[in-house]
Design a protein around this ligand. Structure first.
Ligand SMILES: *Cc1c(COP(=O)(O)O)cnc(C)c1O
Length: 429
């Protein structure tokens, strides 16, 4: 267990790990093993009965992956957590114990594009559905909830548009309806925002992004606050009633605040198999050690670049929430006091053609479909990720033909500005 009175910078280096008991290795070893030897038949039986916590098979748990899960849990201030193979896997893992055929979730209209597709199309195959609502309209969120609603899902800082969610306002609505609030905290990271402190029940991450930090491995995490009363209604039978997929165990009664986490391992990872591998966990553990240092620089650079762009006559608008001109500026202090992150969009005078030329003329910025790398990244959504959408849908998604999205890295801000300056000169010549 981790001492949660320690500061963030200490936890990001130490939480969830101690010197390897077998060898004294100071760094977390990569436990590259599929299975673990049982001490005897009785030990094996106790593990399978969840009477004793230990390792059986790496689809369920692995010490390297477990160290990462515990570290992310400590940084988010949760009770327990699991890691999985990607951010999208984490979203399914978070919803799986809550949902069932005919059930719905309420989702923010401002979500990562891949999440919109997962929720609007793919989950329908499970008999689940999503209702997309503007989270700045609390009455609309309340009105969308019905007897079949099982979760509310939003993003603390939503890309691409620099939107900051009023997490507390939506958490209050979720509480009143007896529903868990799930927050995707990928863009913010726990250094900028700790959703559980604002009333969230579950936090999901794509560890692919800022947590790993250098664009090497995909991964995801789900952290449970341990505060939701799964037994307060009959809405969450996987957690409150005898679970048929685990010989009738009542997870909430037996495991209290660890019910969600144990269910995610014993049923979710066991049967869905969206497991993180120990190599990926190793890279992400390395990345997290410097999370706060990197996020400070990401934010400092994003503020400088956004201010420079906003003052440039070749630019129509910049959506960074850290700018005084942003409608979300006031929420930054409340929701993400360490800064508004490093993702934003800007509109280039000259539209589609100018954006394409800009992207092709940049030398330091990489044109990729990723974010949260140490390197600065750029993408022109209308010609790539949002190509399939109608012009109206592109506008609504904040991805109009004249807009590019950047993920600002940790290089020297002056070099990034010089690169943008020369590329804008070519793009608007
Ligand atoms: C990338 C991302 C995801 C999906 O994560 P993967 O690791 O790519 O599966 C989900 N939410 C947000 C905010 C993201 O940036």
């Amino acid at each position: 267990m981790t001492d949660t009175t320690l500061g963030f910078d200490t936890l990001q280096v130490h939480a969830g790990t101690e010197p390897d008991p077998a060898t004294g290795a100071r760094q977390v070893p990569i436990y590259q093993t599929t299975a673990y030897v049982f001490k005897d038949a009785d030990h094996a039986a106790r593990l399978f009965n969840l009477q004793e916590v230990g390792y059986i098979y790496s689809r369920l748990t692995n010490p390297t992956v477990g160290a990462l899960a515990n570290r992310i849990t400590a940084l988010e201030g949760g009770a327990g957590g699991i890691c999985c193979s990607s951010g999208h896997a984490a979203q399914i893992m978070a919803l799986f114990p809550l949902m069932g055929p005919g059930r719905n979730l309420i989702a923010s209209t401002r979500l990562y594009g891949g999440t919109v597709t997962q929720f609007s199309q793919t989950i329908k195959r499970f008999g689940w559905s999503a209702r997309f609502v503007d989270f700045d309209d609390p009455d609309a969120v309340r009105a969308a909830i019905d007897d079949d609603t099982r979760a509310i899902f939003g993003e603390a800082i939503a890309n691409p548009g620099g939107y900051i969610m009023d997490v507390r306002a939506i958490a209050d609505i979720a509480d009143a309806a007896g529903l868990p609030l799930i927050i995707d905290n990928t863009s913010a990271t726990p250094y900028l925002c700790r959703p559980i402190e604002h009333g969230a029940t579950l936090v999901v991450h794509s560890t692919t992004k800022f947590l790993t930090g250098n664009g090497t491995v995909t991964g995801g995490a789900v952290v449970d606050s341990g505060r939701f009363d799964w037994s307060a209604s009959d809405k969450f039978p996987s957690l409150s009633a005898p679970e048929p997929a685990y010989h009738g165990l009542k997870f909430h009664e037996a495991l209290g605040p660890m019910a969600f986490t144990f269910h995610s391992i014993a049923v979710g990872l066991r049967d869905l198999g969206m497991t993180m591998n120990p190599q990926a966990a190793h890279y992400t553990l390395m990345g997290i050690e410097t999370l706060s240092l990197r996020m400070k620089k990401h934010v400092e650079n994003a503020e400088k670049v956004a201010k420079w762009l906003e003052a440039d006559p070749r630019i129509d608008f910049v959506t960074y929430a850290g700018l005084d001109s942003s409608p979300y500026k006031a929420r930054v202090a409340q929701v993400c006091p360490n800064g508004a992150g490093a993702l934003f969009t800007f509109a280039v005078k000259g539209g589609y053609e100018a954006c394409v030329k800009l992207v092709d003329s940049l030398k330091l910025f990489s044109h990729v479909a990723n974010l949260g790398d140490t390197r600065s990244l750029i993408i022109h959504s209308a010609s790539t990720t949002h190509r399939q959408l109608t012009p109206e849908q592109q506008e609504a998604a904040g991805a109009g033909p004249n807009v590019v999205r950047v993920s600002i890295g940790i290089e020297d801000a002056d070099d990034l500005i010089a690169d943008l300056d020369q590329a804008l000169a070519r793009a608007t010549a």
